[in-house]
Design a protein around this ligand. Structure first.
Ligand code: SF4
Ligand code: SF4
Length: 263
């Protein structure tokens, strides 16, 4: 049963989907960075002019669906792993959900994997139908899922699978190269070393690495850091004490702070 956060985001995504007619014409991109992330690589990556220019760098991108080809270039450029491509034309009863994937090892075509929602909860099974590697290390994995899960599945777990070389450990060979904090370019290896050096609180990790102190202010990395701190401490995340957020909750111009609403 999906939890309330995953359902809330799914509802927002459903409200922004292209028309039913467009959805039957081929793959389309959906953008899910509802956290006011101040960036626009998706806009610059799109070669088809399908991402509308942002009037505010914090805005959620909008798509000209008549121009979007579902190529996925925006997916590999997005630092927040917030773009997905959906193909509802794959077959009569299956939809292909293309997800950005930065774990190793990559799954293989033909693998059956656990399909998960936006909070990592298993919601069904998926079959891997395509795996694409890109130089920036954000791969794209195409998952065939039941049509009813087209807007629910946004990830996969390779751990509980049938017929593949499954892994269940959170740290696999090569996982250390995965980037945890995109803004400050902190890898998993650096994070684990910092924790191993005795930095066992979020503040200590921030002071040692600058993780979570970049433009996105931890929107992407804090949950990953807290998970590793929880593993190291052997305590649930809730017992560790999370970050203290201060206003403004999203980046604003100096003019806006001055009170000039036009800035
Ligand atoms: S999927 Fe391709 S065409 Fe569509 S918005 Fe992304 S980059 Fe542009
Ligand atoms: S988080 Fe991703 S989808 Fe959102 S604006 Fe940045 S690049 Fe675009």
């Amino acid at each position: 049963m999906p939890n309330s956060h995953a359902m809330e985001v799914e509802q927002k995504v459903r409200e922004r989907l292209p028309s039913p007619k467009r959805r039957k014409q081929g793959p389309y991109a959906v953008f899910e960075c509802f956290q006011s992330i101040p960036c626009n690589p998706c806009y610059t990556a799109c070669k088809f002019g399908a991402v509308k220019p942002l009037t505010d760098i914090n805005d959620l991108p909008e798509v000209y669906y008549d121009k979007c080809t579902g190529c996925g270039l925006c997916m590999t450029a997005c630092p927040g792993l917030a773009v997905f491509v959906i193909d509802e034309t794959y077959s009569e009863d299956k939809t292909v959900v293309r997800i950005p994937y930065e774990f190793l090892p990559l799954p293989q075509v033909g693998d059956t994997v656990d399909a998960v929602d936006r909070d990592g909860q298993v919601v069904g099974k998926a079959q891997v139908v395509k795996v694409q590697k890109f130089p920036n290390k954000t791969s794209i994995v195409s998952l065939a899922v039941d049509n009813s899960l087209a807007q629910t599945v946004r990830g996969m777990k390779l751990a509980v699978t049938e017929g593949n070389g499954a892994f269940s450990a959170p740290r696999c060979k090569g996982c250390g190269e995965s980037i945890v904090c995109r803004c400050e370019d902190i890898s998993m290896e650096e994070l684990l070393k910092t924790i191993g050096d005795g930095n066992l609180t979020l503040n200590e990790v921030k002071l040692a690495t600058r993780a979570s102190m970049g433009p996105c202010q931890g929107k992407t990395c804090i949950s990953l850091i807290m998970k590793e701190l929880s593993t190291a401490a052997g305590k649930p995340v809730e017992e560790l004490g999370g970050p203290r957020y201060r206003v403004p909750v999203k980046p604003v111009t100096i003019g806006a702070i001055r009170g000039d609403r036009s800035k």
